[in-house]
Write a new protein. Sequence first.
Length: 625
Amino acid sequence: MIDNQGNTISRYAKTVILLFITCFTVLLYIMRLFSMQITNGEEYKTQSRTISSQISTLPASRGEIYDRNSDMPLVINNDSFAVEVIPGEIPSGKYDTVMQKLAGYLGIPKSAIDEKIPKSVRKSYSSIQIKTNVPFNIISNIAENIYDLPGVTWVSKPVRNYAYTTLSLSHIIGYVGDINRDEMTVLYNKGYTNTSVVGKTGIEKQYDELLQGKNGRELARVDVHGRVISDNPIVEPPEMGKKLVLTIDSDIQKLVEDSLGQRVGAAVVLKPATGEVIAMVSYPNFDSNLFTSDDAGNLYSKLLNDNSKPLINRAVQISYPPASTFKIVMSAAMLQEKAFPSSRTIECKGRMAYGGRIFNCHVHTGHGWLDLKNAMAQSCDVYYWTVGRDYLGIEKIASYAREFGFGQSSQIDLPSQVTGLVPTAEWKQKKFHEKWVGGDTMSCSIGQGYMEATPLQLANMIAMVSNEGVIYKPHLLKEVRDPVTDEIIREVKPTVLTESTIDKAVWKEIQEDLRYTVTDGTPWYPMANKRVKIACKTGTAEVDGYKDSWHSWLVAYAPYDAPPEDRICVATIVEACNDWEWWAPYCTNFIIQGYFADQNFEEAVHELGFDYLIKNKNITHQKME
């Protein structure tokens, strides 16, 4: 009886102990699961993903850029490589030896590698990029000695090659560089990473998102140390950036560059009926390929500190006094406002006294009695001083200037441009705390004083005359194409930028006067052209700091007797810092001749009969309007 009772108690105790152990074990598991899933859940999720897979980025090639005919590559990609190091694969104690050898192959100091691989990450199995833009021959040397370089690897990373033959395209195309901290802050949410290459200026920056493409990925299974344990990684191939076709004609760009020569200045050629920019030249220029070199930082600093400002696109980033080209705006205002009859004459005696000052016309002996047509052709300052001060006034002048697009963005598809300046009495009061006077109006009436415009704005001005009241938004992008199929994805259509309220009859009269300026005005000799009828206006801007030297302007459209869709417009400026040679008219005539006769610079000069100017530089040094 006692034995049975004892056995019963013993079995009961065992059951209680077993139950206790079971409950304790379950409780431990519950606590551990709570810790893993709740308390440290995110940490373990991240670690799990890191352990289970490793994602490597496969960089996409940037889209290529072509000229308007889509057969001339302006920007392509060259095969190049980036060298990387996986520190965890370097045997213990071998780091310094391996990195010293690698530094020798790459031609860089070992300290540069140490900066990228600090001691804190030398057991990591993540790739660290050491050097980009490594040519194939160096990669071959590394590959041949790879057993002495454990942990060293490389990936393909194409480098931009600016393949165009004319350096003047550098201001249009721009260049690329590694993304910086400020850019990363703005672009992070658009998929950019700290290894992205981005456009810094020009088309490269303006259309960076189209050119970027889409990076691919390689997913490989790795162990807890990050070592690859999968023989079959999952690869998502990269997608190349879009192909851009520009409005630029490479042959015309070269013609304009040669016509301007090594003279500080700019020239713009556009189609007035569409706003397409056929050529845009700014001198001095630079080679965009410099920015893909290892010494890009130092080269950039030299260009930035160059007094001639080669990085500046003078066609859109500098505004100048428009000088007598502004007389086109003045004539339109006078005719539209009926402020002064165009047939009525004003006597020019070569000077005009006002406000205690003497204002001298460019012909000091005077032009005599002139009506509007002859005042335009001879570019008489006295005529326009009188009309501006006594019959229009600064507010009306400013209003018409803005109607022509002055003082506002030209909205061309470039990331940086200035708006110029249209001064008024209110502006002067705020800027200088001074009252506007009649002398200010007189200066503005001939495009001097505070009035400023860019070469592109003056190209738009002459386009408005050609189109009889319409300016189309100037643009450099013609088409966006698929990089594989070459299918057109997007085509840029003409867009109206400004539409004038000026009467058609006014435009007709101005057009006739601009043609008369060529046949009977001051530029008749340099603008003589038997092949093409040209309508134009010259300008000579006074510049402080240059004695007996002036900015030389010319704006023109041609052919005069063709519809707008068959014309081109040209605006040229040669800065006062050059030796004075009144070059803008000659330059413009060479451009127009070459464009319509399908000739290069030398052929155009020869047909126009100006070979002696190029060979002997025997160009008049007198000031002309």
